[in-house]
Design a protein around this ligand. Structure first.
Ligand code: AMP
Ligand code: ZN
Ligand code: FE
Ligand code: FE
Length: 283
């Protein structure tokens, strides 16, 4: 079962300004220290650009740091977010694939903004902002809509304009989940399936799918996540136990971009030790 600790513990899923979070990696490290986390993982979408800053800040604030990433993948027709921990930042194949994801995200965001500007007065500059190296996504379009005064927060902008059934919506390139698991493994890391029962999905990931992904090399599953729907969890809990998967807890912190608070869900030191054991390249 997933564990939550009042003090200590690790938040294994956070986003910074390198993707769609609103705080810098160093600020996450400082906040982690101030709320008494033992450590955290930075898991920006499709980039490891925040690792150096996060690692340095974690060292100086005395919290443990686990390098991570959240990869945009697709299994069959279903979107799946795959967390990768402890990957070697010099690995070629995975990073080439990630560069393709980021470039597709840019093209897709431009096209979505083109559609949206027919009805809403926002600019591309307001969407990409000052951080030109970050992974662009719908949250940045949401922020531009909020900034222009149309909606009060990201969540409302998603509900009104950016959801997948919206006429403005366009999908983005995603790596096949099985391929991504293989590439993470090839890069010395370990994959954990993110929020498998997220409310925004039409249905939870099935036990069968979890088995298939485990056969492909998946090492864990994020069963404790603020957006997982509790009623969907029991079959996944049983499957995770049978398959011997590591079970993680995390907040999916996005700074001011989402209501999720840093450290609201925490993995135990034992869970983190297990994940580290599965990592080939200590990092
Ligand atoms: P994208 O990858 O560009 O399609 O955008 C997906 C990102 O948007 C994910 O990281 C989510 O955290 C975020 N997101 C999805 N739905 C919402 C929502 N209703 N409110 C705020 N953020 C959301
Ligand atoms: Zn995000
Ligand atoms: Fe996600
Ligand atoms: Fe996330």
């Amino acid at each position: 079962m997933a564990e939550t600790e009042a003090r200590g513990g690790f938040d294994l899923h956070t986003h910074s300004v390198h993707s769609d979070g609103t705080t810098r990696p160093a600020e996450i490290a400082a906040e982690a220290a101030s709320i008494g986390l033992a450590g955290f993982a930075l898991t920006d979408h499709d980039t490891v650009g925040g690792w150096d800053e996060a690692r340095d800040a974690a060292r100086s604030t005395g919290v443990d740091f686990l390098p991570g990433i959240e990869i945009t993948t697709k299994h069959g027709r279903s979107s799946r977010h795959l967390l990768g921990y402890g990957i070697d930042a010099g690995a070629g194949e995975l990073f080439e694939a990630l560069a393709e994801v980021r470039s597709s995200r840019l093209t897709r965001a431009r096209e979505m903004v083109r559609r949206i500007t027919v009805d809403y007065a926002i600019t591309w500059d307001a969407v990409v902002g000052a951080e030109d190296a970050r992974t662009v996504g719908r949250p940045h379009i949401a922020d531009a809509l909020v900034e222009a005064g149309y909606f009060e927060d990201r969540s409302t902008a998603f509900r009104e304009v950016l959801h997948p059934r919206s006429p403005y919506y366009i999908g983005t390139y995603a790596i096949d989940t099985v391929e991504a698991i293989r590439m993470v493994r090839g890069a010395g890391g370990i994959s954990v399936l993110a929020h498998p029962a997220a409310v925004r999905q039409q249905a939870a990931v099935t036990a069968r799918e979890l088995r298939d992904l485990t056969a492909a090399g998946l090492g864990g599953v994020e069963l404790d996540h603020p957006e997982n729907r509790d009623e969907w969890l029991p079959p996944l809990e049983r499957a995770a136990a049978e398959l011997g998967l590591a079970v993680t807890s995390a907040s999916d912190y996005h700074g001011a971009g989402k209501p999720n608070r840093l450290g609201e869900r925490r993995s135990s030191a034992e869970t983190v030790a297990r994940i580290r054991e599965l990592v080939v390249t200590p990092n």
